[in-house]
Design a protein. Structure first.
Length: 203
């Protein structure tokens, strides 16, 4: 395995993805189980992708497992943190659309195409819905850890959604490493949010 920019970006993504878990353990914080699961499966998937690059084996199972885990864990995460019951209906509808498209494409095609776009749209809207919920329920203007985490998800998913429009060009020019740096940066933001997390938090 040559250490080109793509490989470096994968290692950056791996280290950045591990940092939030390290911070949680070091600070002895408790956080939403579904989100911790998402971070854990993300780290394991990145590790699997590095091994697949090193040993040159098909990594599609790793990718699709991560995609399914992301859909389920982040949907449950938002379902639990949003207080407005009317807004929760939107989360449920987005989850149904997201998981249905994934299952249908896997059964009919054996791979995902449009469901990747639907997934990113879903988790662009979920953070926006959370901010709407926050405005309607919380008069506090203080920026807390949950808001930082929500911002990191919005940043990562909206950036990925934009990148999908240029995916063919990026693949041909070997520039998909940009995605890895974006994801890694979002994980660093989550690590920072965990560092700021008070011990009395109940997220």
């Amino acid at each position: 395995m040559t250490f080109d920019i793509k490989t470096v970006s994968l290692f950056f993504q791996l280290v950045a993805g591990f940092l939030p878990l390290v911070v949680l353990i070091y600070k002895k914080h408790k956080f939403n189980l579904e989100f911790v699961f998402y971070l854990s499966i993300s780290f394991i998937s990145t590790l699997g992708l590095i091994f697949s690059k090193f040993y040159d084996f098909n990594n599609s199972l790793i990718f699709y497992t991560f995609q399914l885990s992301t859909i389920v864990s982040l949907s449950v995460f938002y379902f639990r943190i949003i207080k407005n019951k009317n807004l929760l209906y939107f989360i449920v509808l987005l989850f149904i659309a997201c998981i249905s498209s994934f299952i249908i494409e896997m059964i009919k095609l054996g791979y995902t195409e449009y469901s990747l776009i639907i997934e990113n749209i879903t988790f662009v809207f979920c953070p926006i819905i959370y901010f709407v919920d926050l405005i309607s329920n919380d008069k506090s203007t203080d920026i807390n850890s949950l808001q930082i985490i929500n911002t990191s998800i919005l940043f990562y998913k909206s950036s990925t959604f934009i990148l999908f429009y240029f995916i063919i060009s990026l693949m041909h020019q070997n520039l998909w490493f940009i995605h890895n740096f974006i994801e890694g940066s979002s994980k660093l933001l989550i690590a920072y949010a965990f560092w700021k997390l008070p011990k009395t938090s109940h997220y």
